[in-house]
Design a protein around this ligand. Structure first.
Ligand code: ARG
Length: 272
């Protein structure tokens, strides 16, 4: 092969290489259209599990089953600011995160705790609420449970797919753990003596206790865990939408709006 030919070939290879490399880097940096997609479609699709008063729960309004609560108010305000409608995709808690990861929802909101693990699979906004874990027991047995060891051999439940499953396994290891799809099932089982405790977050426990005077929060302090604050979960790469949500959340916090949503939802979730 002549030197000339070799040079020509080398040039062709190098050009091809540069083209491929550019193409690859372009597609891997594919444009983030998360915000403009919502604005173009005119509807914000929000996945939520309405079994979690005061954050999201169902209520009869004008004879119609309606999803209400803190997270619902927050999402309505977000939609208003984006100039779009909001559609709530109501699913079980495990499916909230599932729908977000497959892109069936623009985001998930469900009192979702931000954890290091979840950060690997989702984008999270700034937190909008701080939570802590408690154990709900029968009021008549309050004196019986003063340390986690008192649950040895007793059945204690937590909601499936939540960080409470981890709290139960790590901090009450001698209990026999039961995973239930909804906390309300646990409440029923607790009232009827099938289980002896439920791990849930304080704000949710308060609601159940004010509606059931046979239940109470055990006088046991659980350790703070990774996941003490709630935030909105978005698909990986939805940075533009996340940044916009952060702006809105910052404003609402400053205006004291989140506290107002909490008060409104607490009043709505009271039976009676
Ligand atoms: N904060 C807990 C978690 O993220 C529980 C959330 C449950 N939410 C619900 N809507 N049921 O794991």
């Amino acid at each position: 092969m002549s030197v000339k030919k070799l040079l020509a070939l080398t040039t062709i290879f190098m050009t091809a290489f540069v083209l491929v490399a550019c193409g690859a880097s372009k597609s891997s940096k594919s444009k983030d259209t998360s915000l403009s997609d919502v604005q173009k479609s005119g509807t914000l699709v929000v996945a939520t599990s309405p079994d979690f008063a005061p954050f999201e729960f169902k209520r009869l309004e004008n004879g119609k089953d309606t999803v209400v609560g803190i997270d619902v108010e927050l999402s309505k305000e977000i939609a208003k600011e984006l100039g779009v409608d909001v559609h709530f995709l109501t699913v079980s808690f495990t499916n909230v995160l599932g729908s977000v990861s497959i892109g069936k929802a623009d985001y998930g909101i469900s009192g979702i705790s931000v954890t290091e693990d979840r950060k690997d699979s989702f984008e999270f906004t700034e937190p909008y609420f701080e939570s802590k874990n408690v154990i709900v027991v029968r009021k008549s047995e309050l004196a019986q449970y003063t340390s986690v060891d008192d649950f040895s051999g007793h059945s204690v439940s937590a909601q499936k797919g939540t960080i409470q499953e981890g709290v139960l396994a790590d901090q009450i290891p001698k209990a026999s753990a039961v995973s239930l799809t909804q906390n309300s099932e646990g409440i029923n089982e607790l009232k009827h003596g099938q289980i002896d405790g439920i791990v849930m977050e304080s704000a949710i426990a308060q609601g159940y206790i004010s509606n059931n005077d046979d239940l109470a929060v055990a006088n046991i302090t659980l350790k703070k865990v990774d996941g003490s604050s709630y935030a909105i979960a978005l698909p990986k790469g939805s940075i533009a939408l996340r940044d916009k949500l952060n702006q809105i959340i910052t404003r609402l916090k400053k205006e004291g709006k989140i506290d107002q949503y909490v008060q409104k939802a607490n009043a709505e979730s009271e039976v009676g």
